[in-house]
Design a protein around this ligand. Structure first.
Ligand code: APR
Length: 184
């Protein structure tokens, strides 16, 4: 059996002791709210990144569903913030979780294409804008993009209430990517 592309680490994914280059990936709503959970913690630590996130939500709203957006943390050269747009609104009661999982799958695929420099739908202004954002972030990186580890908390399983194994299954389907998942 081949080794899993999903590894687990214990602890706070935003601990100050973590110093290697990484993309901290989390599940976002399209409503411009980093009001709870890991998103809230990111907003407190990286307010300039939250401003970028709000701006992109104001621009595209729910058209961001199923998309991946890379945002600099600005104050930490080893940390980038990876946003998977998985629900229109924040908070619990986002349906059965089925649409969150469908959007997670699409956003992970979008992330894979964007990280590996593949071609996106040229006709879509959302893809055009988010790809341009990605290029701007890449132009200012301290390390090569492929040197940033892909890390996350157990996304979707907190406020969004989706049982973790269902999200883990989607990560495992992304064979060409490796993920480190922090468990509190
Ligand atoms: N380190 C590791 N794990 C954490 C941390 C942390 N610092 N903070 C939270 N977690 C864990 C939670 O225990 C949960 O298992 O992250 C997981 C995801 O929880 P949420 O942050 O509630 O995120 P999610 O369920 O994906 O819901 C997303 O909430 O984060 C907001 O704005 C975001 O609307 C979106 C929704």
């Amino acid at each position: 059996m081949s080794a899993s592309n999903v590894k687990y680490l214990r602890g706070n994914c935003l601990a100050g002791t973590i110093s290697h280059p990484r993309i901290l990936i989390h599940s976002c709503n399209c409503n411009g709210s980093w009001g709870g959970g890991i998103a809230y913690q990111l907003g407190v630590k990286y307010p300039k990144a939250e401003k970028d996130y709000i701006e992109i939500c104001e621009k595209f709203g729910s058209r961001l569903l199923g998309k991946f957006v890379l945002i600099p943390s600005y104050s930490d050269s080893t940390l980038l913030i990876g946003c998977l747009f998985t629900a229109s609104f924040g908070g619990p009661n986002q349906g059965s979780g089925k649409t969150i999982l469908e959007n997670t799958q699409l956003a992970l695929e979008d992330m894979r294409v964007k990280l590996k420099g593949g071609k996106l739908n040229p006709g879509s202004d959302v893809d055009g804008f988010t790809s341009q954002m990605m290029e701007k972030v890449k132009a200012k990186l301290r390390y090569r993009l492929d040197e940033y580890a892909l890390e996350m908390p157990q996304i979707n399983s907190g406020i969004f209430g989706v049982p973790w194994p269902q999200t883990e299954k989607l990560l495992k389907e992304q064979h060409s990517l490796s993920f480190a998942v922090y468990v509190l």
